[in-house]
Each structure stands twice: as C-alpha cells, then as structure tokens.
Design a binder for this molecule. Structure first.
Ligand SMILES: [Zn+2]
Length: 247
C-alpha cells in the first residue's frame, strides 16, 4: 500500500496563557505557540489539512496575541515547505471551521473541501461563547463554492491510507485526519488536542463545547494513532515529518 508523507506547516504564532490550551493547568505562564497546517502527499495527491488565518487584524479580535511573518502566509508557507502552488492542492480537509483553521480556504480554488456536515451547520449557528472563533468569510459562499464542499457524516476513508475520524468536543463537528506513513499512523488532530499533553495527559483543552465527548475523542486517537500533530504544539519544527508519540 502507498505510504503518505506528512509535513508540519507553520502559518503563524499565538502568544497566550498556557492554561488556554490545558484547561486550568499552567495559569499565569505565558507561552508562544505555532498555528499548524499539514501538507501530505502519497506521491500523487496533494492534500492540505487546515488553512490557517484569513486576515491578521481580523483574527486579532479573537486572539490578540497572534503574529504572522510574511513567510507564514498560508500560500507562501505551502510553497516553501511543500513546493506547491495554491492551484496544485486538490484536497483540503478542515478539522473544524474556527478562523485559525479555515481562514485561507478561499485561496485554494481547485480543491474539494472535506468537512463534517455537523461542523458546517454549527459554523453558521455558533453558540455564544464560540461565536468569536467562527468567521463566516472563511467558509461562506464567497470563500468556497457550495459545490466544492464534501459533507461527511462520520468516519470516512478518503483515499487508501487517508482516513477521517470524528473527534467532537472542541467543536460540535470536529474531525481529525489519519495518514498511514512509513513510521506509523500520524494523526493531524486539529484542536481536539491543542498540544500533545491533551491526549497524553488526558487533559481537556480550554475551548470545549462538549466535555464527555472530548475524553471519548482522546480515546479514539489513542486507539488509532502512533504520532500526533496537534493544532498548536510548540515541540514540533516547521517543515518537520517528526511528530509527538501518542502514549
Ligand atoms: Zn479551534
């Protein structure tokens, strides 16, 4: 079976209180964490998981500590790490539609976009506390033509060695992406794990809309994955194929 190569692509940084990713743990400790996307290929397909932010000033309204160098602009970063032009990307998988994960969807005009139906619906009717993180300009009809969306209802195999599993909790329709690589199964987790400590320490992230589901999602990741690329893990290098072991 073909193996996938998966690389971490940094598309910005956020300075925040550590407890913003690990519930109450680390309160008062300021840390700077990356915003990750992932590029993946089986030698034929060019797949992007998440697309970073849309507009720096706009995203500051949700996360005042955000910064982005010119090389971290999503299009630039994908070009630098993967060697791809935006029109080369034919599959985009959004783990969820928060504005630091779907912000540059509109730049990938040739892609099919994979999302859980539940997440797409929730993004147009957010709960009050999650509203600041959903920016409709990232995923409405101006960003992505309706017919470019592939709406999913649960776990799905997209291609050989490329599976999506549902991991609700951080948002209602959150999903994570599993790639079969030469080293084992890599989970691009999105924000069900902001950092690897969430799954490895069984410690929920701070933004949670469904608490029991978070812990069930951790269990699904432990059962399926050898390595994890969390949404904001600082212990991973830009462009790296080495991720954090799931214990
Ligand atoms: Zn999020």
């Amino acid at each position: 079976m073909k193996k996938w190569v998966v690389k971490a692509i940094q598309v910005g940084s956020i300075e925040l209180d550590r407890s913003a990713m690990t519930h109450y743990k680390g309160k008062g400790e300021t840390v700077t964490v990356p915003i990750w996307c992932a590029g993946a290929t089986d030698g034929e397909h060019k797949v992007l998981v998440d697309t970073g932010i849309r507009d720096l000033e706009e995203y500051k309204k949700a996360e005042p500590g955000v910064s982005q160098s010119p090389q971290q602009d999503t299009v630039e970063a994908v070009r630098r790490i993967m060697g791809w032009e935006p029109e080369d990307v034919t599959i985009v998988i959004n783990t969820h539609l928060h504005c630091d994960h779907s912000g540059s969807n509109g730049k990938f005009k040739n892609a099919k976009f994979y999302i859980q139906k539940k997440e797409w619906e929730a993004a147009f009717m957010p709960l009050v506390p999650e509203a600041p993180f959903y920016d409709q300009l990232c995923y409405d009809k101006h960003a992505v033509n309706y017919f470019q969306w592939e709406f999913l209802n649960g776990d799905t195999e997209i291609l050989p060695g490329l599976r999506i599993i549902t991991t609700p909790g951080h948002t209602r329709g959150h999903q994570s992406v599993l790639f079969d690589t030469a080293k084992g199964v890599v989970c691009v987790s999105g924000d069900i794990c902001n950092v690897a400590e969430n799954v490895n320490g069984n410690l929920e992230p701070n933004i949670v809309v469904m608490v029991p589901e978070v812990y069930e999602s951790f269990q699904r990741i432990r059962q399926t994955s050898h390595f994890i690329l969390p949404g904001h893990e600082p212990e991973i290098e830009d462009g790296s194929e080495d991720f954090i072991p799931v214990i």
